[in-house]
Design a protein around this ligand. Structure first.
Ligand SMILES: Cc1cc2nc3c(=O)[nH]c(=O)nc-3n(C[C@H](O)[C@H](O)[C@H](O)COP(=O)(O)O)c2cc1C
Length: 270
């Protein structure tokens, strides 16, 4: 399947059909994850975890006891790198017919961290259950989806701009990169906050994070930067699929920004 189709078809799956997944499939997913690069060159160590073996639980998840998790060094750009790589793994799982849900909060984290053998200088940002999607969502899952409006996204015009945060995208730009932008819009994000904003200047898409309150912890770890990594991933994969050449660089244009909005990274497209 094309990335565009995978991105459109993906949604968080929290109710699984209880059937075990073939170990060939989890092996394939793990192999993909271990060979999955990210534009920030950060190494991520991956494991497939058996919930029974390690006493793992994630309260909103029903019908699956197998997880994929990644850990890495806690350092600058770790969040964006993790977001980029984990989303590639999520999309590959979709390709294999496996449902996933990004989970950063709703899990018994200490048990997962023991299972992952997370060291002092390391972080295990998120995990995901793995399994075949059940025919019907649990009541809890549908309640959760409606509480966070998981099926809706902010309007295109509120997210994407040209030259400054006050100007809409021009026709010529839309012709070139409307699809990658639409695929950014569909991305998953923590509590569906969709922090990504993009200002296009020439052939550069400058990504900004519109920060919501309460997403940065005492150590400066910012979950919404993971969302930014996911947004970079979607744009990059889809633009490349369309035949554009892309590179992800640090190139802050220092334009005036709205409140709580900070520069993240730039994708050059040609
Ligand atoms: C970084 C990140 C962390 C998330 N953490 C959780 C979580 O702890 N529990 C959960 O049920 N969903 C979690 N989600 C899933 C989001 O709630 C979900 O992606 C969003 O509501 C959009 O719904 P969709 O994925 O079905 O499109 C997380 C998503 C991201 C990207």
């Amino acid at each position: 399947m094309k990335y565009v189709d995978l991105i459109k078809a993906r949604r968080s799956v929290r109710t699984f059909d209880k059937l075990p997944i073939d170990s060939e499939i989890t092996d394939q997913l793990l192999y993909f994850a271990e060979n999955c690069d990210n534009p920030f060159g950060k190494e991520i160590k991956w494991k497939i975890l058996d919930g029974d073996e390690f006493g793992l639980s994630a309260p909103v998840i029903v019908g699956s006891d197998i997880y994929i998790a990644g850990k890495m060094k806690m350092e600058a750009r770790a969040e964006e790198a993790f977001g980029y790589s984990f989303e590639k793994v999520v999309l590959y799982a979709k390709e294999l017919g496996i449902g996933t849900t990004w989970i950063a909060g709703t899990m018994n984290r200490p048990a997962f961290e023991i299972a992952m053998n997370v060291g002092e200088d390391e972080v295990m940002p998120c995990v995901s259950p793995l399994g075949k999607c059940a025919a019907k969502m649990s009541f809890r899952e549908s309640m959760m989806r409606s509480a966070i409006k998981a099926d809706s996204r902010l309007p295109f015009e509120e997210l994407f701009f040209e030259n400054s945060f006050g100007e809409h995208l021009k026709e010529a730009t839309l012709e070139k990169i409307k699809l990658p932008l639409e695929m950014v819009r569909l991305a998953p994000s923590a509590v569906n906050r969709q922090p990504w904003r993009i200002v296009v200047i020439g052939n550069k898409a400058h990504f900004y994070e519109k920060k919501s309150k309460g997403f940065v912890d005492r150590d400066g770890w910012d979950i919404q930067k993971i969302d930014m990594g996911i947004a970079l991933c979607h744009f990059d994969l889809v633009a490349t699929e369309m035949g554009l050449k892309t590179s992800i660089i640090d190139d802050n244009p220092f334009i005036s920004t709205p409140e709580d909005t900070v520069y993240c990274a730039t994708i050059v497209f040609d």
